[in-house]
Design a protein around this ligand. Structure first.
Ligand SMILES: [Zn+2]
Ligand SMILES: [Zn+2]
Length: 448
């Protein structure tokens, strides 16, 4: 079942003369199949705090009366709007006492309002951010952007906002949609579609935070995006890395990742089986320690970058048991090794296939290609790899992206974006196979 909720509606009583009367407005919503509407009230600051509080009280009283009147036909929730520094901001989930305090911030930048409100899970959303005269907040100091606004009186530049939001979803921005104003002869066009009826403001806030809805007027998926790093080294195992696994963990938490795959180097050249196995054991120990250190702050998943016939490959979903008996893989044919990898439910990905202008061998030997490698000191010819992968699209290769983090000054700038956090190797294999993810390149999300 689908339920429609408009997050941005104005009426005569909520916004003043010139807006549709409630009986006209709400009948239109009911006629168009909406179950819930958030009526936006104008916050008018006042030098006298008691006058201001009285206006807030009046707002709640008005909405209570309307909600009661339309009970059973339409849920009427209360939202509010304030304007500061030439931008409009919507507030969802506020109680009276939350709004009382806003008078102190009259004219201040939105950061101050947000700090006051966020403690109680009240959301501050920038309305029609790209509307002429407004500007998108580059410091992202709001909880969400209204990616679609259907207000007929002006151009909201919705497609511009959409492009911007797609790019910055890696920064944890939430998305909303709303009609804004529509005239007497027109219909509501914005809002969200949920599979449950939104009856209270706290249900609304939870839905926006979880991204559990479809947006009207935008193709973007509102789900919060989770970042996974697929290519990262640590100094305990990889001699070429200068950062300990714990510090890597701290860094990825700071950079907003939800999952880190530790892919230290491994080969079998010149190693006795015993030497090799000791290294494998140590590799998984380091990963386990990092996982314990991270706790519930970051999912740490074991991975590996193996070298076969002088080329590097990542094994996705790798386990200690699998590697334990592969004491001679570096000298095997890639295609043969891949069969074993696949039989164990794992994927073999060619890492930075054109680094130092390496010519790519046969794509059919691998499950996928690291189409973006973020190592700043190595030229991985990412653009050429992307072109090559586009040309070979028919092969159905899995495309991945990884920072190849080695050193303190390397900035996490790659990986994948998913709708759910990835917690283990099996989930990672499944999500890559499903192709339901986006790539992060150079710090930004891009479609596959
Ligand atoms: Zn390395
Ligand atoms: Zn590497």
């Amino acid at each position: 079942m689908n339920y429609l909720t408009d997050l941005h509606a104005y009426s005569e009583k909520s916004f003043g003369d010139g807006y549709l009367a409630e009986n006209v407005l709400f009948e239109k919503y009911i006629e168009c199949g909406y179950k819930t509407v958030v009526l936006i009230y104008k916050i008018e600051f006042n030098d006298d705090q008691s006058v201001f509080q009285a206006s807030i009280d009046h707002m709640f009283k008005t909405n209570e009366t309307l909600a009661e009147k339309y009970k059973g036909r339409l849920n009427v929730l209360l939202g509010a709007e304030f304007n500061t520094c030439d931008n409009d901001f919507l507030i969802y989930g506020a109680e009276k006492s939350d709004l009382y305090k806003l008078n102190n911030y009259c004219g201040d930048w939105v950061t101050d309002y947000r700090e006051e409100l966020n403690h109680k899970k009240v959301l501050v959303v920038q309305a029609h951010p790209a509307k002429v005269g407004g500007r998108l907040l580059e410091d992202h100091n709001v909880d969400a952007f209204e990616v679609y606004c259907g207000d007929e009186r002006f151009n909201s530049n919705n497609s511009f906002t959409e492009k911007y939001c797609e790019k910055y979803q890696t920064h944890g921005i939430l998305l909303t949609s709303g009609s804004g104003y529509f005239g007497e002869d027109s219909k509501p066009s914005g809002g969200i579609i949920t599979d449950f009826e939104i009856k209270t403001s706290s249900e609304l806030v939870a839905a926006i935070i979880n991204g559990s809805f479809k947006l009207l007027g935008s193709k973007l998926s509102p789900s919060r995006k989770f970042k996974t790093e697929l290519h990262c080294h640590s100094s305990e195992i990889s001699g070429c890395s200068s950062v300990k696994a714990k510090d890597v963990v701290d860094k990825y938490i700071k950079n907003g990742y939800s999952t880190l795959v530790l892919t230290n180097h491994l080969n079998t050249y010149g190693k006795t089986p015993d030497e090799y196995r000791r290294r494998v054991r140590r590799m998984f120990e380091v990963c386990h320690e990092a996982k314990m250190y991270a706790g519930d702050r970051l999912n740490v998943i074991p991975g590996v970058e193996v070298n076969i016939q002088s080329e590097d490959y990542l094994i996705i979903g790798v386990t200690e048991e699998f590697l334990y008996d592969e004491v001679n893989f570096s000298k095997e044919e890639v295609s043969e090794f891949r069969k074993k990898v696949n039989a164990a439910g794992m994927l073999l990905i060619c890492a930075h296939p054109m680094r130092f202008a390496h010519v790519i061998f046969d794509y059919r030997d691998v499950d996928g290609i690291e189409v973006y490698n973020g190592h700043p000191e190595h030229n991985s010819n990412n653009d050429l790899v992307a072109l090559e992968c586009a040309a070979k699209k028919d092969l159905g290769l899995i495309l991945t992206s990884g920072t190849d983090h080695h050193d303190g000054h390397h900035k996490p700038n790659a990986g994948i974006l998913t709708d759910y956090p990835i917690t283990n190797g099996k989930e990672l294999v499944d999500v890559l196979k499903s192709k339901e993810y986006s790539l992060i390149k150079n710090g930004y999300g891009v479609s596959l």
